[in-house]
Design a protein around this ligand. Structure first.
Ligand SMILES: O=C(O)CCC(=O)C(=O)O
Length: 242
């Protein structure tokens, strides 16, 4: 991450990388998902096991380079799911997360000149989101809030970032964030990959075991390792992600 990117993430608790995925890449993933999700009626869906391209995206070199700054050398994939929203497929509006939430797992700290994060979410937009469409919302800067106060989801403190298909939004779960009703004629479709430090887990790591046979190389296998400290090797980061 550049100094400017670190400044932005530190300030807001989230950052958007524009045009992170090419239009062809987005088109191909949408084509695969269109074939897979015909009967979708719930706003979330599983996708990692639907095509090898999603395991490859888990290990996207440039994304891993950013995560290396945010989480460190021993990171792991904690879990992943997709979100699809339309006027018909909705979820309850909510805000959640925040510093020290979930038994202290949601954390954001600076010690000796570098940052430490707990669970980090990488959200790839596969469709455009205009501000006001709804979907992902957050309270910028709330990952550093010192007052235990929960704003309402329609508070003036809440923002609804606009995204173009191919953009990547990264946020810490220590940020107060959530979902607003989807208001657009177009659908929302996002892929969420959630990464943890190597020592911790948010979901039951047993659940991720079933994905291990899908790993196509050492890097993917390393990212799917269950949490531990002792004997853990660093992630073999690809060069383009340095
Ligand atoms: O993207 C959204 O609508 C909400 C995501 C969320 O709440 C989460 O990742 O914890």
């Amino acid at each position: 991450m550049t100094e400017a990117e670190i400044y932005e993430f530190d300030l807001n608790g989230y950052i958007v990388y524009r045009d992170h995925l090419s239009p062809d890449h987005v088109r191909e993933m949408n084509r695969i998902l269109d074939g897979e999700l015909r009967e979708l009626s719930h706003w979330t869906f599983r996708f990692l096991d639907r095509h090898p391209c999603f395991m490859e995206l888990m290990a996207h070199p440039k994304t891993l380079g950013i995560l290396r700054t945010l989480i460190g050398e021993w990171l792991r994939l904690d879990h992943a799911y997709g979100i699809q929203m339309t006027r018909e497929i909705q979820t309850g509006e909510n805000l959640h997360g925040g510093p020290r939430h979930d038994q202290g797992e949601h954390q954001y700290q600076w010690v000796q000149g570098r940052m430490y994060n707990g669970l980090i979410v990488v959200m790839y937009a596969l469709e455009d989101v205009n501000s006001g469409d709804g979907g992902f919302v957050c309270v910028p800067g709330s990952h550093k809030a010192n007052v235990s106060y929960a704003p309402e989801v329609d508070s003036h403190l809440v923002v609804n970032p606009s995204l173009r298909a191919g953009d990547m939004l990264i946020f810490t779960e220590a940020l107060v964030h959530g979902t607003r009703r989807w208001n657009s004629e177009n659908r929302r479709r996002s892929l969420l990959y959630k990464y943890s430090p190597g020592y911790s887990a948010w979901v039951d790591a047993e659940r991720m075991k079933q994905l291990e046979p899908l790993a196509a190389n050492d890097l993917q296998r390393a990212l799917l390792r269950p949490p531990s400290v002792g004997g853990r090797e660093k992630v073999p980061f690809p060069e383009a992600g340095d």
